[in-house]
Design a protein around this ligand. Structure first.
Ligand SMILES: Nc1ncnc2c1ncn2[C@@H]1O[C@H](COP(=O)(O)OP(=O)(O)OP(=O)(O)O)[C@@H](O)[C@H]1O
Ligand SMILES: [Mg+2]
Length: 423
């Protein structure tokens, strides 16, 4: 039984090329005398002595025999926060613990080990064996029902609720994001199953799949996806790029979000750091192929502007390290939106001199920071605009998006304001 008041835990990591976790260090969360949560992290001596040891993240927790401290972000270091559940997983854990506000440590310790990235958490110095059995895609009908019940906050006999929450806890609450989801396995590996919600304006599973296909056509590197039908409803499967199936078990890649790389958080006050331009500079510092990473980020920013993906917040970009080196992860969570204005649309992150404005003029304004020549960048935008305009509809129809849903999302693509000269 995990104590609700635990103030420290061990941090485990599955090292590159291996499938069993080892203990990397110890994380402690306490209150300062001023009542501010403070986190401390220290690498274990045995871990530091390993020739194959890697740091938990590319910026903050360098391999060194020292105590790292932070009072930022409720005391939870970015790399650990990225391994912690987000809105959806937190909702499930709150129900499981019957607590309105479990602490950050409880969220870390109560989420299952299928979390994004290579880290794990526990109270024993020695890590537990890796999870061997995952839910199979065949189980999706049940998982969908459970997710629906939690999503609707349905009151049910307590035994049933308990059992349901227990089931759901095992299947992907530790993946981030707000949408109901579960982690499932098939012969190819692990997938994130994203369920449609009753209040979606269109068939999200098919539309998101279509956007990933369209992005690939536009030359972006994206997560692999497919849509399957479960009990008469569509479910999007997105292949996990941070896990690789091998005969010995799963290899795991380290993963940190752009939120961590930008040293920012979800609050309004820290939004001035939500920026593609700043992110490009961070990528240039930490990625093994800086020019490639900056260029790919520029293309993603343009694609998001051209499909009105205004939910492109810093948790929807990530860095992964399959081996020692860090690189931009494949693109994921690409969703169009249909704001009323046809003149002006804002992305979630700043993209140029005119702030978050999703226009070609603004995207180009800082292109040297993405290590791009202005003419090349302008040509890239023009080609992508043409591709999105010509291809979104056939791609969506081929992905099974209905005529009705296509009408609903049509105004998302290459909107008129994209070519306006000024804000
Ligand atoms: N293919 C993938 N492989 C590994 N991790 C992934 C993959 N896709 C998403 N993730 C991780 O899971 C999290 C949630 O996924 P996603 O963003 O698709 O969900 P969401 O609920 O739609 O998010 P949001 O709250 O942004 O709407 C991401 O922030 C990322 O950390
Ligand atoms: Mg997301």
């Amino acid at each position: 039984m995990i104590s609700e008041n635990a103030s420290d835990c061990y941090v485990y990591i599955t090292l590159p090329g291996t499938t069993e976790p080892v203990t990397a260090g110890r994380f402690t969360l306490t209150m300062t005398r001023q009542g501010v949560p403070q986190g401390r992290f220290i690498y274990g001596r045995t871990y530091l002595a390993r020739a194959d040891a890697v740091p938990l993240d590319p910026i903050e927790l360098k391999l060194a025999p020292r105590t790292y401290e932070t009072v930022a972000f409720l005391g939870v270091f970015g790399a650990l926060r990225d391994a912690s559940p987000d809105y959806w997983g937190r909702r499930v854990i709150q129900r499981h613990l019957a607590l309105a506000q479990p602490g950050e440590m409880a969220y870390l310790l109560h989420s299952p080990d299928d979390r994004a990235g290579a880290l794990g958490f526990g109270l024993n110095q020695a890590p537990p064996a890796p999870k061997r059995a995952f839910n199979q895609t065949l189980d999706l009908a049940t998982l969908q029902q459970v997710a629906d019940a939690i999503d609707a906050d349905e009151e049910q006999p307590s035994d049933a609720v308990h059992q349901q929450v227990e089931n759901l806890l095992l299947v992907g609450t530790s993946m981030g994001g707000a949408r109901p989801k579960a982690v499932v396995e098939d012969t190819e590996g692990l997938w994130i199953a994203k369920f449609n919600r009753s209040d979606d304006g269109w068939n999200s599973a098919r539309v998101e799949h279509a956007m990933l296909v369209l992005a690939r056509e536009c030359g972006l590197e994206t997560a692999e996806s497919r849509v399957i039908e479960v009990a008469g409803r569509d479910v999007l499967l997105v292949k996990r790029f941070d896990r690789e199936r091998t005969p010995q078990g799963y290899l795991r890649a380290r993963m940190v979000s752009a939120m961590t790389l930008l040293r920012t958080e979800d609050t309004f006050r820290s939004r001035d750091k939500w920026s593609y331009v700043l992110l490009a500079e961070e990528l240039r510092r930490v990625c093994s192929e800086p020019r490639h990473a900056a260029r790919e980020l520029f293309r993603r920013m343009c694609f998001n502007a051209l499909i009105s993906n205004t939910d492109d917040h810093p948790r929807n970009h990530a860095l992964i390290a399959r081996e020692r080196d860090w690189q931009l992860s494949p693109a994921y969570d690409l969703t169009p939106s249909v704001p009323v204005s046809l003149d002006r649309r804002d992305l979630a992150m700043q993209c140029g001199d005119a702030g978050r404005l999703a226009s070609a003029y603004n995207l180009l304004s800082q292109c040297p920071r993405f290590l791009l020549d202005r003419d090349d960048a302008a040509a890239m935008i023009a080609a992508m605009e043409e591709a999105v305009r010509a291809r979104w509809y056939p791609v969506a129809r081929t992905a099974g998006v209905s005529e009705r849903d296509c009408r609903a999302i049509a105004s998302a693509f290459a909107y008129p304001g994209f070519r306006h000269e000024r804000a």
